[in-house]
Structure formats: C-alpha cells, structure tokens
Design a protein around this ligand. Structure first.
Ligand code: OGA
Ligand code: NI
Length: 370
C-alpha cells in the first residue's frame, strides 16, 4: 500500500518556493579529519556558545501518556492528563509523548535507514543534493549568506505531503527499504499529529475536528539531522536557535545521546532522551492560531566529543493554500489579535530563506506592532 503511493507520486518542485541556499561542506567529512582547530565559520560568539558547565536539569519537559488520552472523556485519569497537556502547551511549548502507538520495530528501522544513508560515501549522498532553487535533499537549507556561522551537522530534508511536493528522485534507494520505511513512519507520525491537534482543539474549547475541518490537506516534511562528534563542542552549535515553522513538530531524538535544548526562563534546558518517545513542540502556526496562548519556543541542538547523534524531525503544517490567522474563538476586546492573517504559502517562502534565528521569522513576518 505504502509503496504504491510512492510510485504514483510524481516528481515535483514547487515553482513558488525559490530557495537561495549556499552549498556548504559536509560536517561528517570535516569531522573525519579530526581537525585540531575548528574552522572559524563554525565558532560561535561567546554569548551563543553552549555553556561549558552542565546545566542544572531540575526542570524537565512534561511527559504525556497518550494511552491515558484514549480513555473515555469523563475518565479522571484522562482529565488529569489533559490538564498536564494544556499546561505543557502554555508553559513550555514542548512535551514528550509516550505510548503513541508507533511500534518500536518501525522506529528502530526508521533510525536504521536514516543512519545507513548518512554512512554512504559523500559521492553517493551528493546524488541527492537539492536541485537549484529547491529546498529538498541532502545538504543545508538555511545557509543564505556566505559569512553566516555554520551549524555542526548535516541534514536530509524531504517533503512528504501533499503528493505534488514529493520529489521522489531525492528519496534514497539505498538502503533498499529506505522509501518504504519512511512512508510507513510518516503514516504513523501523521496519525499521532492529528490526534495531538484534536486534543489541542479540545483543550482550547474548539470542536475536536477543528483542524481537520479547517486545514484539509496538511503539508508534512521531514528533516533528518546528523551531528558528528566535535572536538570542541563548547564552541559550536549543532543547530542554531530557532522556532519551527509549522503547526507541530514530532521529533525522534537519538536513543541515548542528549543534544536538544529548549529555551526557558532565559536558560537552555536539555531534553533527556526517553526510549521511543516523541518530542513534540508547538510551531509558529499554532502560536498564531491560538494568538500566543500556545507558544512556539526557541530551541537548539548542541554536539558532543564522542558520539554521532541522529534526530528525525517531522513537521506537520497547515495546507499550502490555507490562510492562517488567530482563530475567532480566542480574540476579544481584552485579547486583540497579535498576528495578522497571512497565506501559509508566503510564510513558507519567507521562513525557508531566512537564516535560523530564534523567533525572528514569525515576529518580522506576522506580528502586529502595538
Ligand atoms: C529541528 C530541530 C533538534 C534536534 O530539526 O527543527 O529542532 O535535536 N532539531 O535535532
Ligand atoms: Ni526545530
């Protein structure tokens, strides 16, 4: 079933999204050379560097048990869990989900195919480099300036939905089950994403099918991040601080290696890996839709000296042709609209061509200034 869906998809690049990324060296190759000195372009200014002392991890991102949320709505356990979810969305913009129903064997294989692809020769991987002006493929999509500081990581980015955005030529064929595994994992993650959005709607006192009704044909993309070991993890970042541009992101962290950090109370709080959990975070579109009740929080990734870290982020968006604005339910005299209405398509184009830089994309693009 999944494979026929793939074969039916035509190759397609969206002519409306012009991307001006600059090609950069593979960090994997760079790390293999074990450089004593890190190239200047990776070295962050002092205020951006990961703190060299471990952060106190007294605060931890809330954990949500999806099984409890499947209980009947009057169940006490469910109500309690819905409260934890609501608090997580308002206070953190981040939470981890366990018991989400995606099988461990599918998760293991998803990590497996991603790792196997990254371990191919550079020459082989370059066959999947983005075509001119496109945002998909093996490479780096947020490097827009020759002088910009670089992230210590390589990535593979692919559009998953809708079909007209899927560029099958960029889906690896080695390992041979790469495409099928990605397709099956996408189906699993989409189911979880839809469920989470319907829970958000319930907590926001919207109809539980609010998202399905208003955003019929969601876009979905994946970004697989590989962060090789770095001789000086204190000086570099794996991924620059940013907020994600979609509705929500569902991220599979490395099984063991910490690296993702969220910005809270002016500190960077690490998110400890829980085996097989998905880290979910609110993206810019939900912040707009809820008029800031749920916030899209800045996060970043750091590296380490010893081990390569893999993460697989799936981004779930509104449809390409949808318009996004604060929903009427949350706007009143006391809470005027903080964001203008915009075409989703235009935000995608804007976001893709900005260097990742905290929450600047959303603020500059859609925030209404008092
Ligand atoms: C992302 C992201 C964090 C990580 O891909 O948007 O935030 O841990 N990744 O790789
Ligand atoms: Ni992110």
């Amino acid at each position: 079933m999944a494979s026929s869906a793939i074969h039916a998809a035509e190759s397609f690049s969206n002519p409306n999204w012009i991307n001006h990324s600059v090609a950069v060296e593979s960090v994997q190759e760079l790390a293999l050379k074990k450089p004593n000195d890190i190239p200047q372009r990776y070295i962050r200014s002092e205020d951006e560097r990961p703190s060299s002392t471990p952060l106190p991890s007294l605060l931890t991102v809330p954990v949500i048990d999806m099984e409890k949320l499947l209980l009947p709505s009057e169940n006490h356990e469910r109500k309690k869990e819905m409260g934890i979810l609501s608090k997580a969305c308002v206070e953190w913009g981040f939470f981890q989900v366990v018991n989400h129903g995606i099988t461990h064997s599918l998760i293991d294989r998803m990590r497996g195919v991603a790792n196997e692809f990254f371990s191919l020769s550079l020459e082989e991987k370059k066959k999947y480099a983005p075509h001119a002006g496109d945002v998909q493929g093996y490479g780096n999509v947020f490097v827009v300036d020759e002088d910009q500081k670089l992230d210590w990581g390589d990535l593979m980015a692919l559009a998953l939905k809708p079909k007209k955005l899927v560029n099958l030529a960029l889906w690896p064929t080695t390992p041979s089950d790469y495409r099928n595994t990605l397709q099956n994992y996408t189906t699993g993650v989409e189911r979880v994403a839809q469920m989470i959005l319907s829970l958000f709607a319930e907590n926001l006192q919207l109809k539980s099918d609010y998202f399905k009704e208003n955003f019929g044909d969601p876009m979905m993309t994946v970004r697989m991040n590989l962060y090789p070991p770095c001789p000086r993890p204190d000086l570099v970042l794996g991924l620059s601080p940013h907020s994600d541009g979609g509705f929500i992101t569902l991220l599979l962290q490395d099984e063991q290696i910490e690296g993702l950090q969220v910005h809270k109370n002016n500190k960077w709080i690490p998110i400890q890996p829980i085996p097989y959990a998905l880290v979910v975070n609110i993206g810019d579109l939900i912040e707009v839709m809820t008029n800031g009740i749920y916030k899209s929080i800045e996060h970043r990734a750091v590296t380490n000296k010893e081990r390569t870290r893999l993460s697989i982020a799936m981004f779930y968006y509104a449809g390409i042709d949808d318009e996004v604005a604060p929903t009427r339910k949350v706007i009143n005299e006391e809470h005027p609209s903080l964001y203008r209405k915009f075409k989703h398509q235009e935000y995608i184009q804007y976001y893709m061509n900005k260097q990742l830089n905290g929450k600047k994309s959303l603020a500059n693009f859609a925030k209404i200034c008092e």
